[in-house]
Every structure is written in structure tokens, then in C-alpha cells.
Design a protein. Structure first.
Length: 622
């Protein structure tokens, strides 16, 4: 078994060495289905940019993903197709001009759409795109743009929203308040997809009305301000976006916020060829990648995340930090440490920059997860080199200061966790509007402090983090992660607590271990369905994946001092190559429940390498 483990580790290491880019990074795709490909076609056609070769390639990829029943889906075991994805594809293919209504596949898609409620039932965010491209009317929107002028002292204000929510809500407020809509001579007519005359974006239950009433109260308090409040608010919204454009021209390196910004700038009177819009489009095109030869518009680039994870995993598996591969990677990582202030400064005004972001061109919105992995990667360098030590100290300082008041760590900012905002009538709002402490971020941060700074449960900061995790354990012993659901969350929580000195015999740890053992598959692996975050409980995938197996295996290894039969079976699954082809591409990351899932292409390699490196150490008694 040891020989097979060693051989599989070497295979993965060799793969990483071959795949490394010249700048030291790894540019594995961040794959999120067809949504961004569809939206890019709609965006380009709306701007009347006839980049035909580019549009045709995207259309071919979209068409190739259609199911036999005429639908498109989000993940393999979804069951029937996904209505929103199908309307997106139908619209984009017709608008592309490379498919027409008489095409049998287009007719099959239309039948599926009509049989499943029509365009009125799609996700709210796609309803917005349909409205601003003239396919439906803008419904009345209950919140005025003047909300952006409410001072920070008010119970609800702009910076109470998560940074991700903020970058999407601000362009949306411009568009909704101006009722912007643009059709072109090539716009398809989707009116036959609307089975209901009423096309509501929002459902206002009593709780939502109470929040909207509070917002309106704040706006009414501005009535004594001099000048035109509406125009002032529109100007502030526009400046917010322009001030946060990254070097590649995108808004915070996200496809969604950048495309919404482009539409919002059109609504503000910018021309199709304005330099800001042209640069934004260039930035979106620069984010494209190829997957099995097909063109895909990435929602974001995961370059920093890929590179920090891989550098850390290589070193954990015995590749010296002085090797050419790790040295190049760490040089890239150090070049991506932030020196600019981002929105996080609002909630922690005395803190210096020092974190890392997720994307290659990200310079102003760092996150806790990338920061801890970057610090893992450069730790040995920080011991030996003064310049790296300074980077290490700035990163540590930023990380410590970002702990929430409740003891946990969030993804991007500190104390952006007013649950009141979740009552706003925004579909998927709980994954968008606030940035609360999460299990995966808290667990992984504790693991970093325990294994790389030697802090333990005696430290007040660590003690508060442990307390938060114990308080948020599920009744079956699992933990739910924000970015990877139950197996991922349980892995982060257990490895984090053990690293800071919580005994593996602690009842919470044992309960988690027993839960993982209970869901191990007959083949020795583990697999979790994307349905878990829709059902709000663990849903087995029915097949094991290398990524889920690596997380579960690493969890069991951290909580024992010997190789148990469960651990041996898990390791055997990783080295025997039993994973089915569809399981390799199955999304392991989640963005928004029921609508947005991520296939990180590096996960197939990086987490098995980490788990096998830890298995090897356990087997050797170290």
C-alpha cells in the first residue's frame, strides 16, 4: 500500500510540474456551467459587438451541453433539467444567430420551458437580465436608489451588505431605478415563454415589508439634504463601481458584477464603445479558458487560489521549498499580496492591508481563505528571508484582525452579518447579502494557526473560534460548509480543532468521525450531492469522488494515531483510480444554493495529494 500511495503522489506532483505556467501560477479552470457563456452572448449582442468567431464558439459549447429532454442542467444527479439554465441557453442560442426556432433542439428546449412554468419562474437574477434586455417589463421596485445615501450610523446601510452583494446590488439599483431596457434588431422575441401576465421579481412577506419600511424610513430622513438626492445617489453608485475597477477593467474580477456594471453604465448614458466598457469587455474576455478544447467564460479566475493550494500541498508532500516549482509559485504568491485598502477597512479602520485575493487581477478585495493558504505556502521562506517575513507579518496581522465578534471568521469582511438583511425579498439572498462566520473559514483558519504558528486552545482568539464551531455543529455530528457543504465543512472543522489542541476524543470530534464512517461508500470513498445545500441535509451522490474522499480521509487521519480499516479503504480508493468520468467533473464547490456550483479543476489533484501525504505520515508514525 505504501508503494502505491507513493506512486500516486509522484504522479500528481509530476502533473503539477507539467501544468505550471511560466509566471509560477496554475491556471486551472474555474468552471460554472453554461450561465456565463449565455450571458456573454447576450451582452455582446446587446452592445452590437459582432465578434462572430467568439460568439459561435460559445454557442457551440452551450448547444453541446443540452440533455435529451431538451433541457440544460447544473449537475449530473439534478433529476429533471434546470429551468433557469434552459431559458438562458434558449435565449443565448437564438440571440447568437447560430440557432433558429425551427431547429429541433431549440423546439425541444421550448417544450421543456413551457412544461415547467415558463420564463416567469426563472431565478430572480436572470429575470433582471431579461428585463434589461427588453424581454419583459421591469416590475415596481420597492427600494429607491437614495438608499445609498443613508449614513453608516443607520441600522441598515450600504456597508452592511457583503462585498459580493454590494458589487451586484449597486449596478442593479441603477438599472431598476432607471428602468433601463435595450433591445436590438437581432433580439429574439421570448414573449411566448411567459405563461403568466404578472412577472414579479420579489415576494414581499410581512418580514420583508418591515425591512423595506426601515429602509424607506432612512431615506425619508434625508429629505433636508440640499440638492437632487436621486441624481446624487446615482452619481455615488456610478463612482462606487468606477473606483473598484481592477487593472484588467473588471469590477472586482467577477463576471456577474462586471456585466451588470456595463449595463448600468449604459443606463447612465455611456456609449457602447466608451473606454470603460471596452476595457471591461476585454477583461471578461481575458478571463476565458478552454475546457477539452471548448471556449468557456469563467465567472472568475481561481489563479491565486489554485497556486496557493498547490504550493502548500507540494511542500506538505515533501517537495522542498527551494525546488524550482515551489520557488516560482511562491514568487507569484508574494507578488499578489495586497497593498491597497478595500471595503474591509470600513469595519476595521485601523488595519493595514496584507491579505490575498482569489483571482489573478484581484488587488482590493482579499479573503480569509486565500490568505491562510498563501501564508501556509510561504511559511518556510518567511523564516529565512526578511522580505518574506514582512509579508508574513502583514498577512498574520490582517488575518487576526478579521475575526468576527462572535468568534468565527467570514469570507471577506468583518462583522458583516446583520441577519435582518436576509429578510429582504431577494432570491438566494442568504448566500449573497451578508458575510457571516462560516464553518469552513473558521476551521481552516484555526488549522493554520495551530499547525503554522503553534497557537492552541489556551489562546483567547483560538478559544473563541473553537467555541463558535462547537456551537454550530449539526445534530448528526457534521458541520455545513459555506463553499462545499457537509463533508467539506466537517473536514474544515475537525482538522481545525485538532490542530489547535482539541482532543480527538472530544465528543464533538468523535461524533463527526462516526458520521463520516457512516456515510463511507462500499468502494471505500465518499461522495456528496449538490442537492445537500438545497435540501439542507446531507444527500449522498451515489458515486465516490476523489475530492470528497480526500476531505473525508484527511478528517479521519487528523483524529487518530493509527491507520484504521476505514482510512486504509479511503486511501485505496484514491490510489486505485476507480472514479467514474462524470464524477471527475462533478461540482465540488458551491456559490449559491440551487443556482451556482463550481467545478475547481485543481481539486482532483490537490486534495488527494494532501490526504495521501498525511496518510503516509500516519503510516510512518510521524
Amino acid at each position: 500500500m505504501r508503494h502505491r500511495v507513493h506512486a500516486e503522489m509522484n504522479r500528481i506532483i509530476d502533473q503539477f510540474i507539467r501544468d505550471q505556467s511560466d509566471d509560477g501560477s496554475w491556471q486551472y479552470p474555474f468552471e460554472t456551467g453554461i450561465g456565463t457563456d449565455c450571458h456573454m452572448i447576450i451582452l455582446l449582442r446587446t452592445l452590437e459587438i459582432n465578434d462572430e468567431a467568439f460568439i459561435k464558439e460559445l454557442a457551440e459549447r452551450i448547444a453541446g451541453k443540452q440533455k435529451k429532454d431538451g433541457s440544460w442542467g447544473l449537475f449530473y444527479d439534478e433529476g429533471k433539467g434546470n429551468l433557469t439554465s434552459t431559458v438562458e441557453a434558449y435565449y443565448a442560442l437564438l440571440y447568437s444567430g447560430y440557432r433558429d426556432r425551427d431547429d429541433p433542439d431549440i423546439q425541444a428546449a421550448r417544450r421543456f420551458i413551457l412544461a415547467n412554468g415558463g420564463a416567469t419562474e426563472v431565478h430572480m437574477f436572470f429575470k433582471i437580465l431579461l428585463a434589461l434586455t427588453g424581454q419583459c417589463e421591469w416590475p415596481p421596485f420597492p427600494i429607491k436608489i437614495e438608499v445609498l445615501l443613508i449614513p453608516d450610523s443607520f441600522p441598515i446601510n450600504l456597508f452592511d451588505f457583503s462585498v459580493y452583494g454590494r458589487t451586484n446590488i449597486i449596478p442593479f439599483l441603477i438599472l431598476a431605478n432607471l428602468g433601463f431596457s435595450r433591445r436590438t434588431g437581432r433580439s429574439p422575441d421570448l414573449s411566448d415563454l411567459y405563461l403568466k401576465k404578472e412577472n414579479r421579481f420579489f415576494t414581499e412577506d410581512p418580514e420583508a415589508r418591515s425591512v423595506i419600511h426601515l429602509v424607506k424610513k432612512g431615506i425619508n430622513g434625508l429629505k433636508d439634504y440640499p440638492g437632487n438626492l436621486r441624481e446624487l445617489a446615482l452619481y455615488r453608485a456610478e463612482q462606487y463601481m468606477l473606483d473598484r475597477i481592477e487593472p484588467d477593467g473588471t469590477l472586482c474580477n467577477y463576471f456577474g458584477s462586471t456585466s451588470m456594471m456595463i449595463f448600468a453604465l449604459l443606463a447612465r448614458g455611456y456609449s457602447n464603445t466608451h473606454p470603460v466598457i471596452t476595457r471591461a469587455l476585454q477583461g471578461l474576455k481575458a478571463m476565458t479558458c478552454r475546457i477539452d478544447g471548448e471556449l468557456h467564460c469563467q465567472y472568475a479566475t481561481a489563479t491565486v487560489w489554485n497556486t496557493t493550494l498547490i504550493s502548500y500541498a507540494l511542500q506538505e508532500s515533501g517537495v522542498p521549498y527551494s525546488s524550482n516549482t515551489v520557488e516560482k509559485a511562491n514568487r507569484y504568491i508574494l507578488s499578489r499580496q495586497h497593498v491597497k485598502y478595500g471595503d474591509w477597512i470600513i469595519h476595521e479602520p485601523n488595519l493595514l492591508p496584507g491579505g490575498w485575493g482569489f483571482e489573478d487581477m484581484n488587488t482590493i478585495h482579499p479573503d480569509i481563505d486565500d490568505t491562510t493558504v498563501a501564508l501556509r505556502a510561504i511559511r518556510t521562506l518567511a523564516i529565512e528571508r526578511v522580505d518574506c517575513r514582512q509579508a508574513w507579518d502583514r498577512g498574520i496581522n490582517w488575518l487576526i484582525s478579521m475575526q468576527n465578534n462572535d468568534g468565527g471568521w467570514a469570507a471577506f469582511e468583518k462583522n458583516v452579518n446583520k441577519k435582518l438583511l436576509n429578510l429582504l425579498p431577494i432570491e438566494g439572498g442568504k448566500d449573497l447579502l451578508i458575510d457571516p462566520s462560516t464553518v469552513d473559514l473558521t476551521g481552516r483558519t484555526l488549522e493554520f494557526f495551530g499547525n503554522y504558528t503553534h497557537l492552541d486552545f489556551h489562546h483567547p482568539m483560538v478559544k473563541r473560534g473553537i467555541r463558535w464551531l462547537l456551537k454550530n455543529q449539526e445534530s448528526d455530528g457534521s458541520w455545513i460548509g459555506r463553499w462545499g457543504v457537509y463533508i467539506y465543512g466537517t473536514w474544515a472543522a475537525v482538522t481545525g480543532m485538532v490542530a489547535v489542541g482539541v482532543s480527538p476524543n472530544h465528543p464533538a470530534i468523535q461524533k463527526a468521525v462516526n458520521w463520516l464512517k457512516s456515510i463511507q461508500s462500499q468502494d471505500g470513498g465518499w461522495g456528496e450531492s449538490c442537492k445537500s445545500d438545497i435540501e439542507n441535509c446531507y444527500v449522498p451522490l451515489g458515486e465516490s469522488t476523489r475530492t470528497h474522499t480526500a476531505w473525508a480521509l484527511d478528517t479521519l487521519i487528523s483524529a487518530t494515531t493509527e491507520v484504521t480499516p476505514d482510512i486504509k479503504r479511503g486511501a485505496a480508493f484514491l490510489v486505485d483510480g476507480k472514479e467514474k468520468d462524470w464524477a471527475k467533473t462533478y461540482p465540488k464547490g458551491r456559490g449559491m444554493a440551487g443556482t451556482f456550483y463550481i467545478n475547481y479543476h485543481c481539486y482532483e489533484y490537490v486534495f488527494p495529494l494532501l490526504a495521501l501525504a498525511h496518510y503516509q505520515k500516519l503510516a510512518e508514525g510521524s
